[in-house]
Design a protein around this ligand. Structure first.
Ligand code: BT5
Length: 265
């Protein structure tokens, strides 16, 4: 993967400017900085390797050289895009990766709510959405997407929050990262106008992984809750049915979803 190759692959997409780096700390950090300097809507920071890639809540994201997709999109809120869409942005990223995996490679990908992408019950991609404010005005949204493409991208020797896989392992053949990036961005652009609509929530729900399975929701604010995933509310919150038969909903935030029956993982 190099700058010229990516520029060629993305030539037909109406994205903003592109910055490519063989190695960075975190593409999100560079994107936040660039956004503050006036990067236009849909500008893109792509890196081959991240030395301090970030997950949510201060966790780490592993991106070794030559093996993954790591990029951050800078979004300037368009007319009608209020701060209310912010919680949906990472779901849009997950939906774009998920749809591309299904459409381009025929893989049975799903979204582990709220926004991890899984194949064969293992995590293949993660999202990190951040906002950039000036006073009380939202001036930019940054969506960082990390996808494991080659086997070397799967962290080894460290305890993971969730088992991990990569696209090539699931597919059994090589994948061109530039082409895959094109399809993810294309899906993102196609679905961005639906962010406020039911159509978006419906598609997110259709791709929800582990429906009907028993899971635990862990949060810093409340006790662990166990139940079966039943779907999403019209706002994209997760609904669980507990063993008492009551329905509980959870908002995207600092909550974690764990499988109770981890057989097959
Ligand atoms: C995420 O966080 O899943 C968000 C990952 C976002 C990464 C992108 S890459 C481009 C952009 N620039 C950045 O600096 N970040 C974004 P979270 O749900 O908190 O998951 C983090 C956890 O996943 C870690 O604590 C590990 O257990 C695990 N993990 C780390 N690297 C992984 C990998 N490559 N594949 C699968 N799991 C991984």
């Amino acid at each position: 993967m190099n700058r010229i190759g990516i520029t060629e692959k993305l030539a037909n997409l109406p994205i903003g400017e592109l910055r490519y780096y063989p190695q960075v700390g975190s593409t999100n950090d560079l994107a936040v900085e660039w956004a503050s300097q006036g990067a236009p809507d849909l500008s893109l920071v792509v890196a081959d390797e991240q030395t301090s890639g970030r997950g949510r809540g201060g966790r780490k994201w592993y991106t070794p050289p030559g093996a993954a997709l790591a990029f951050s999109l800078i979004l300037r809120p368009r007319q009608g895009e209020t701060a209310a869409i912010f919680p949906r942005l990472s779901a849009l990223g997950a939906l774009s990766v998920c749809k591309s995996l299904i459409r381009c490679y025929g893989l049975e990908a799903g979204i582990k709510w709220p926004n991890d992408v899984v194949i064969n019950r293992k995590k293949v991609a993660g999202m990190l959405a951040e906002s950039h404010w000036m006073g009380d005005q939202l001036v930019a949204l940054i969506l960082g997407i990390g996808v494991n493409v080659k086997p070397e991208s799967i962290p080894s020797g460290e305890k993971l929050d969730f088992p991990a896989t990569c696209v090539e392992t699931a597919l059994g053949q090589k994948v061109n990262r530039g082409v895959f990036l094109y399809h993810i961005l294309k899906a993102f652009l196609d679905w961005r106008p639906t962010l406020h609509n039911n159509e978006f929530i419906q598609s997110w729900e259709e791709h929800l992984a582990f429906r009907g399975e028993k899971v635990q929701i862990l949060s810093e604010k409340s006790d662990t809750i166990e139940g079966e995933i039943s779907g999403l509310t019209p706002l994209g919150n997760l609904t669980l049915i507990t063993h008492k038969g009551t329905s509980r909903t959870f908002q995207n935030g600092e909550v974690h979803l764990r499988l109770v029956d981890r057989e097959g993982i």
